[in-house]
Design a protein around this ligand. Structure first.
Ligand SMILES: Cc1cc2nc3c(=O)[nH]c(=O)nc-3n(C[C@H](O)[C@H](O)[C@H](O)COP(=O)(O)OP(=O)(O)OC[C@H]3O[C@@H](n4cnc5c(N)ncnc54)[C@H](O)[C@@H]3O)c2cc1C
Length: 431
C-alpha cells in the first residue's frame, strides 16, 4: 500500500511505492531479500524528526509498525534490549518502572530509538556522550537478508559504522543499551550576558554534569541551564508553573512572537530583547528524563554543527559578528552544548571532544543564512548533524571524518548493491 509521507518540519517528503509496517526481523529479512532480487531499495523511517531528507524512502518504506517492544531488562547488569521502533518516551517509562534511566538525552523524547541513533542524536554532558556511546549491541538485517547481532568484539567495524549509520548499513531491528540506576537532576536555569557565558562556559562544563545555553540573537542575553545529578527528593516545578513556563511561555508566547517576527522581521531584535528581559531564575529537581526533555510545539527548521571543543567559543564569536554584519533577522535562540568524543565512526562527535552550535529558523521563514554560517563552521573543521539541515556532500565530508575510508569499506562489504540507498546517502556517502 502506498502512502505519502512527510517529516515533522515538512522539509522532506516521500511517495513510497510500498509501505510496510515492521513486525519482526524475519519479516524484514524477507522484504529485503525480495527487494534485492528485484533491484529495489528499502529504508526504514522513525518518527520523522530529522530535518534533512535522510529518512526519505521513495521505493519500499518500512515503518516502525509493531517493532516497538522491550525484549529484556536486566536491572542488575544495567542493560535493556529494545526493538528499533520504540519511542524514547516509552523507553524512559519502562526504564523508570525498572529503577533505571538513560545516562544522557537530547531536548525531546518523541524520536524512535533507532532513528535517534542513526543520525547521531545527543544532549550535553561533561562525562556522558551521545546515544551511540550507550549502545552495546545492535541487531541488524543486512542486504543479503541475514539477521546479525553485532558488538565491539564480534564485528567492531560494522558496529562502529552502523551505530550512527544513516540507515545505510541495514535495517536495525533491536538495540541493547547500557543504562544506569535512575537518578534525578537538579536543574538551575538563569539569565546571563553572552560575554559572561562565553568566559565561564569551560569552567561550568568542568564543574556541572550537564551545561547548555541559548543565546538570543540581536541581544547580549542568554538563558543558561546547569543540570546536576542528585538523589534528593523531587521538587518539580508546580503544575501551573510548568504549564506557564514550558507550554505557555516557551511554546505559545514564543510561537506568537515568531509569527509576529515573520510578518514584520524588522521587529525581531525588539522581540528578542523583550524575551531576553523576561528570562528568570528557575530551580527544580525531577527525574532525569523529565528534566532533559521538554515539549516543542513551535515548528522550526534547524542546522547544527559539531566543532572541536576548543573551537566552540571562537566559532560562536565569529557567528555573532557575521549575524551583526549581515543584518539578518533571527528570531530563534542559538543553542550551545558539548559532549566528550565518541567511538562511532560517523558520529559528528567521533574521536574528539565536541561542542555543538545549533541554529533555528521559524517555520516558512528564510534559512539561506544557514549556508553562510555553515561556511564559517567549515573553517573550524565542523561536521553537520546528519538529521539537521546542511549542504555538505561526500567530497567535502571525507576529510572531516578520520575513519571515512573504513566506513565506505564496510558499506561495500554489507551493502554492495546499495539496497539501503536514498538520495541523501548518495549525497553524503557517495554512490
Ligand atoms: C523538535 C526536535 C528536537 C530535536 N532535538 C534534538 C536534540 O536535542 N539533539 C539531537 O541530536 N537531535 C535532535 N533532534 C534531531 C533528531 O533527534 C534526529 O533527527 C533523529 O534522527 C530523529 O529520530 P526519528 O525517530 O524521527 O528518525 P527519522 O528522522 O525518521 O530517521 C532518521 C534516520 O534513521 C533511519 N532509521 C530509522 N529507523 C531505522 C532502523 N530501524 N534501521 C535503520 N535506519 C533507521 C532513517 O532512515 C533515517 O536515516 C531534534 C529534532 C526535532 C524535530
Amino acid at each position: 500500500m502506498a502512502r505519502d509521507w512527510h517529516n515533522w518540519a515538512r522539509t522532506a517528503s516521500a511517495s513510497p511505492t510500498d509501505v510496510i509496517a515492521a513486525t519482526d526481523p524475519r519479516q524484514i529479512s524477507e522484504v529485503i531479500v525480495r527487494a534485492a532480487q528485484a533491484g529495489r531499495t528499502v529504508r526504514m523511517v522513525g518518527s520523522g524528526h530529522s530535518f534533512t531528507t535522510t529518512a526519505v524512502a521513495n521505493d519500499i518504506m518500512i515503518t516502525p509498525g509493531s517493532l516497538t517492544g522491550v525484549r529484556s531488562v536486566d536491572a542488575a547488569a544495567g542493560r535493556i534490549t529494545v526493538e528499533a521502533g520504540i519511542d524514547l518516551t516509552t523507553l524512559c517509562e519502562v526504564l523508570d518502572a525498572n529503577g533505571l534511566a538513560l545516562t544522557n538525552m537530547g531536548d525531546v523524547r518523541v524520536q524512535t530509538m533507532a532513528g535517534a541513533l542513526q543520525t547521531g542524536t545527543h544532549g550535553s554532558g561533561r562525562a556522558s556522550g551521545t546515544f551511540a556511546e550507550m549502545v552495546t549491541e545492535l541487531e541488524i538485517v543486512l542486504a543479503d537478508g541475514s539477521i546479525v547481532t553485532v558488538n565491539a568484539q564480534n564485528d567492531p567495524d560494522l558496529f562502529n559504522s552502523a551505530r550512527v549509520g544513516l540507515g545505510a548499513f541495514g535495517i536495525v531491528t533491536a538495540i541493547t543499551l547500557a543504562v544506569e540506576p535512575k537518578f534525578r537532576l537538579h536543574a538551575h536555569e538563569f539569565p546571563a550576558t553572552i560575554e559572561e557565558v562565553q568566559q565561564n562556559f569551560d569552567a561550568w562544563t568542568a564543574s556541572h554534569d550537564h551545561v547548555e545555553f541559548y543565546w538570543f540573537p540581536h541581544t547580549d542575553k542568554c538563558l543558561v541551564k546547569h543540570n546536576d545529578r542528585t538523589y534528593d527528593e523531587a521538587a518539580p516545578p508546580g503544575k501551573f508553573a510548568n504549564w506557564w513556563e514550558e507550554r505557555f511561555i516557551a511554546n505559545t508566547v514564543f510561537g506568537a512572537m515568531c509569527r509576529l517576527g515573520r510578518a514584520a522581521p524588522g521587529y525581531i531584535p525588539l522581540l528578542n530583547k523583550t524575551a531576553g528581559r523576561v528570562l528568570s531564575d528557575r530551580d527544580y529537581i525531577d527525574d532525569s528524563w523529565l528534566v532533559f526533555t521538554s515539549p516543542r510545539n513551535v515548528k522550526f527548521k534547524e542546522m547544527e554543527y559539531s566543532l572541536p571543543r576548543g573551537s566552540l567559543m571562537p566559532a560562536l564569536t565569529r557567528v555573532r559578528k557575521l549575524i551583526a554584519d549581515r543584518h539578518w533577522r533571527i528570531s530563534f535562540p542559538v543553542e550551545v552544548r558539548s559532549v566528550p568524543g565518541d567511538s562511532a565512526w560517523l558520529s559528528p562527535a567521533t574521536e574528539r571532544d565536541t561542542g555543538y552550535l545549533a541554529f533555528h529558523a521559524f517555520d516558512r521563514t528564510d534559512d539561506e543564512w544557514f549556508v553562510d554560517v555553515e561556511n564559517v563552521l567549515r573553517e573550524y573543521n565542523g561536521r553537520p548533524h546528519w538529521g539537521k539541515m546542511h549542504t555538505r556532500s561526500h567530497a567535502d565530508l571525507a576529510a572531516a571524518y578520520p575513519r571515512w575510508d573504513d566506513v565506505l569499506a564496510v558499506r561495500d562489504r554489507v551493502d554492495p548493491h546499495r539496497v539501503f540507498a536514498n538520495d541523501y546517502t548518495r549525497t553524503v556517502l557517495g554512490e
